[in-house]
Design a protein around this ligand. Structure first.
Ligand SMILES: [Zn+2]
Length: 468
C-alpha cells in the first residue's frame, strides 16, 4: 500500500503587515530589500509583536478544515543557520506543551474519503534566495528579505493519500476552501509550497521538499511512487532520505542527507505572550466567516433548482460563485448558472484571463435576461459573450453592432414564413396530422434567418398561417 502525507505552506493574503512587525505583507510590490525593519531582520533589541489579524485568519482556516481549536496558542523558535533566515531562527508553532498551534486535528472529505489533518500552524516565511550569474564560474547567490516575516500557514496531513489523483483532488478542494475564505490566493506565484512524504509497502519514508506549485506536487508524487516501485521490484532497498523535485527534468533527486539532518533546538519564544482563543472569539469568528462552499451548493440546489452537478462546480470556485451571486434574480438564476458553467468557464479559466476580462455581473444578468426573453438566441449569445470579454461593451451595443439580435419583428417573420409555406407544400400538409413535422418547418425558418428567428414567435406564426 502506498502512503502519502502532505505539509502545505500557504501565504495568508489581504493582511496589512507581516506577522511580527509593521512591514507590509504584500512584499511583491517592493524593490529588493526595501520592505524590511529591525524586527524582521532580528536586530538586537528589537521585539516582535503578533499580528492579531493573522491569528484570526489562520484560526478561520482551522475552523474551515474542521480542526479542534486550542484554548491558547504559543510560539516557538526553530533555530537554523541559512542565508534566507536573517534572525537565524524562525518563529513557528509546535505542540510540545499540549495543543498550542492554531489548529489541532481536523479533516477534509474528498468524495467519500476522509483525509485527516494533523495540525495547522502559523509561522513566518523566510527571505528569498536569488541565484544569479551568467556562467557557472561566476555564480552568485543574492538574498531578498522583503518576504522574511510574512505570515504563512502550514497545514499538515496524516499519510492518508494512496494515489497522486487523491493528492490532486485534495489540493483542489483545499485551494477552493482557502480562496472562498478570502484568506489566501493559491493562484498567485509562490503562494503555495509543499513537502510530501511517500512510502510504499515495505519501504522507508522518503520526503520531497519544497515543491513550488500544486501542479508540480502531483507530478512529483507520481514520479516518486514509480521510482520506489521500480526499486522494490528489483529488490533494491528504499532508503529514508530527503529528495528535491527537479522542475526542469521532472524527476526527484536525492539531497545530501547530512545537510538535512538538523537539530532545530526548539524553545518557547519568550518575546510573544501566549494568546487566549476563548469561545467568545470563536463564536465571533464563525459569524465573520463567509458562507461555506457546501452550504452554497445546497442553497443553489434547493432554492434555485440548479442541478447538483452544476451547483457543485459553481459553488466551488469563488470567482464564479461571486459572479453568480451578483447577477442572479429570482427568475433567471438557472440561466445565469447555465451561462457560467457551459460558456464562461471555458473562456476565463486562468488568473491571467480573468484579470484582462472586461466581463461583469451586469453583463451576465443582461445576457441571461436576453436569452430568456428571446431577444438573443442561445447560439448568438456565445458570440456576444466573446465580444464582451474583449471589449467590455454593454450587451445591447454588442447585439446591434454585431447584428446578433433575434428576428422578432412580426411582419418580417410572417413574410419569411409565408415563403417557406409555399416552398414546402408536402411538409405543411403533413404537419396538420403529424405534430412533429412542424419542427422541420421551424428548422427551415431558422436556416433562412441564420438561426436568429425568435423561436416562440416563429412557432406561433407558423401554426396560425397553416391553421393548426
Ligand atoms: Zn519588518
Amino acid at each position: 500500500m502506498t502512503m502519502i502525507g502532505l505539509e502545505i505552506h500557504c501565504q495568508l493574503t489581504n493582511l496589512n503587515s507581516k506577522l511580527f512587525c509593521s512591514c507590509k505583507a504584500n512584499y511583491r510590490e517592493f524593490k529588493i530589500n526595501e520592505n524590511i525593519c529591525p524586527v524582521c531582520m532580528g536586530l538586537p533589541g528589537s521585539l516582535p509583536r503578533l499580528n492579531q489579524e493573522a491569528v484570526k485568519k489562520a484560526t478561520m482556516i482551522a475552523m474551515a478544515l474542521n480542526c479542534t481549536i486550542p484554548e491558547k496558542i504559543a510560539f516557538f523558535r526553530k533555530n537554523y543557520f541559512y542565508p534566507d533566515s536573517p534572525k537565524n531562527f524562525q518563529i513557528t508553532q509546535l505542540n510540545i506543551y499540549g495543543d498550542t498551534s492554531v489548529g489541532g486535528t481536523g479533516s477534509v472529505m474528498i468524495g467519500d474519503k476522509k483525509i485527516r489533518i494533523t495540525r495547522i500552524q502559523l509561522e513566518e516565511d523566510p527571505g528569498r534566495l536569488i541565484y544569479d550569474g551568467s556562467s557557472s564560474k561566476n555564480q552568485i547567490t543574492l538574498v531578498d528579505y522583503n518576504r522574511a516575516g510574512t505570515p504563512l500557514v502550514e497545514i499538515v496531513t496524516e499519510p492518508d493519500f494512496e494515489t497522486p489523483h487523491e493528492v490532486r483532488d485534495f489540493l483542489n478542494i483545499l485551494s477552493n476552501i482557502l480562496t472562498n475564505l478570502g484568506v489566501a490566493d493559491p493562484s498567485l506565484e509562490g503562494a503555495m509550497r509543499a513537502d510530501a512524504n511517500i512510502s510504499i509497502e515495505g519501504g522507508k519514508k522518503v520526503e520531497i521538499k519544497n515543491i513550488g506549485s500544486f501542479h508540480d506536487l502531483e507530478k512529483a508524487v507520481h514520479f516518486e511512487i514509480i521510482r520506489q516501485d521500480s526499486l522494490h521490484s528489483r529488490n533494491i532497498e528504499i532508503i529514508q532520505e530527503t529528495r528535491h523535485w527537479d522542475d526542469r527534468r521532472k524527476i526527484t533527486v536525492s539531497s545530501r542527507s547530512k545537510e538535512e539532518d538538523l537539530d532545530y533546538r526548539y524553545f518557547l519564544e519568550g518575546d510573544i505572550p501566549w494568546v487566549k482563543i476563548d469561545p467568545e472569539i470563536q463564536k465571533k469568528l464563525k459569524t465573520e466567516m463567509p458562507e461555506s462552499i457546501s452550504s452554497k451548493k445546497a442553497r443553489y440546489i434547493s432554492k434555485y433548482n440548479i442541478p447538483a452537478q452544476v451547483a457543485d462546480v459553481l459553488s466551488s470556485d469563488k470567482y464564479y460563485s461571486d459572479l453568480f451571486e451578483d447577477a442572479y434574480t429570482e427568475s433567471n438564476a438557472k440561466e445565469v448558472a447555465n451561462i457560467i458553467t457551459t460558456e464562461l468557464m471555458g473562456l476565463v479559466d486562468t488568473r491571467e484571463k480573468r484579470e484582462v476580462s472586461k466581463f461583469t455581473s451586469v453583463h451576465l444578468r443582461d445576457l441571461a435576461d436576453a436569452i430568456q426573453s428571446g431577444k438573443v438566441s442561445r447560439n448568438s449569445s456565445k458570440n456576444a459573450l466573446h465580444e464582451i470579454l474583449k471589449s467590455g461593451k454593454d450587451l445591447s451595443t454588442v447585439i446591434s453592432e454585431l447584428d446578433l439580435g433575434n428576428v422578432s419583428d412580426e411582419s418580417e417573420l410572417s413574410r419569411i414564413i409565408a415563403q417557406i409555406i409555399s416552398e414546402e407544400p408536402q411538409a405543411v400538409e403533413q404537419s396538420k396530422s403529424n405534430s412533429q413535422t412542424i419542427n422541420y418547418l421551424v428548422g427551415k425558418v431558422m436556416q433562412k434567418t441564420k438561426g436568429k428567428a425568435d423561436p416562440v414567435l416563429t412557432l406561433d406564426i407558423l401554426k396560425k398561417q397553416i391553421g393548426i
